[in-house]
Design a protein around this ligand. Structure first.
Ligand code: FMN
Length: 324
């Protein structure tokens, strides 16, 4: 299938694996890229720009296909060495960057100079238009269903995607809640040029995370995610567990007076404990409502091939019937 997104990134299928903290290692990105999608290494999971440079080199040993790097710009106590990370990306010869969080305008000149395509993740039409106006090449439109940070507007993809299509000139992919071929077709119908998936890619054979994480996603239904940190206007959709319920109880008790320090135990430094050690009750980790549609743990190739053949079949058989 050819779309503006496959052409832009030089990939076979219009499927991107979004950056994921402590999931987006070289193994994950290479498996998705080898299967014909666009795999993405999560920049900030690497502790230093030098570590990122090594991770990019490791990924290149595992695939000769295009892959990207995610750069997340979030307010933090210790600002990461962004110039160093950008340098590692450019010198590593990476040609695709997924930006997320704050406005990436400051980094665009250097990335463009290096002929890198930038796809910015946005949770609203307003931010998507901003990304277009500052020169981003594409947008990943992340609906309210998504795992991770859905923003504060709470607009689901059923409305957000066609709204993005009304306004945007640059191509966009549908992100949040996507896990199968019917949704790819629906996304295309609503004006997207592809899909971005996070949670679905964690439940694959190659995802370099503890088996407990994959099993938890398969066991979960669409009712098992929770929104945390709403009172801090830093909303995150996570899979429920004992740590998350404790966090929500604190939010209820402390109300508007809550501070980040009050919940630090449940949100800071939990990713390695979950993703590497498989300690599932330790705290909040991003997971989307699409968990309800995830029933198995295929390889990335099996998953992507299945999505593409499902999409093809729906377009040729089911939809063709309605065209008459
Ligand atoms: C475990 C996990 C960690 C994530 N970490 C990041 C991150 O570090 N930076 C980022 O931009 N997005 C992150 N995301 C969001 C994904 O890139 C993607 O936008 C989102 O998962 C799409 O929704 P879905 O999970 O319903 O497919 C994360 C998502 C998950 C599930």
């Amino acid at each position: 299938m050819k779309t503006r997104i496959t052409e832009m990134f030089g990939i076979e299928h219009p499927i991107i694996q979004g950056g994921m903290h402590f999931v987006g290692f070289a193994e994950m990105a290479a498996a998705v890229s080898n299967a014909g999608g666009l795999g993405i290494i999560t920049g900030l999971t690497q502790r230093t720009p030098d570590d990122l440079a090594k991770e990019i080199a490791r990924c290149r040993e595992m695939t000769d296909k295009p892959f990207g790097v995610n750069l997340t710009f979030l307010p933090s106590v210790n600002t990461p060495d962004y110039p160093g990370y950008v340098k590692a990306i450019i010198e590593g010869g990476v040609k695709a960057v997924e930006t997320a969080g704050n406005n990436p305008a400051k980094w665009l000149p250097a990335l463009k100079e290096a002929d890198i395509k930038v796809i910015h993740k946005c949770t609203s039409v307003r931010h998507s238009l901003k990304a277009e106006s500052i020169g981003c090449d594409a947008v990943s439109v992340d609906g309210f269903e998504c795992g991770g940070h859905p923003g504060e507007d709470d607009v689901g993809n059923w409305v957000l995607l066609p709204r993005a299509a009304e306004e945007l000139k640059i191509p966009f992919v549908a992100s949040g809640g996507v896990g199968n071929g019917a949704q790819l077709v629906a996304a295309l119908a609503m004006g997207a040029d592809g899909i971005n998936m996070g949670t679905r890619f964690i439940a694959t054979k190659e995802a370099p995370v503890h088996q407990n994480v994959k099993d938890a996603i398969v066991a979960a239904s669409e009712l098992d995610t929770r929104l945390v940190m709403r009172p801090l206007r830093n909303t995150e959709r996570v899979l429920t567990n004992a740590g998350v319920e404790r966090l929500l109880q604190k939010e209820k008790e402390l109300g508007a007076n809550i501070k980040f320090e009050d919940i630090i135990e449940e949100v800071a430094g939990v990713y390695p404990k979950i993703m590497i050690e498989g300690d599932m009750d330790v705290g909040a980790w991003s997971c989307g409502m699409v968990a309800g549609l995830i029933h198995d743990i295929p390889t990335c190739k099996e998953l992507i091939d299945r999505i593409m053949s499902e999409a093809d079949q729906i377009i040729r058989q089911r939809l063709a019937k309605f065209a008459a």
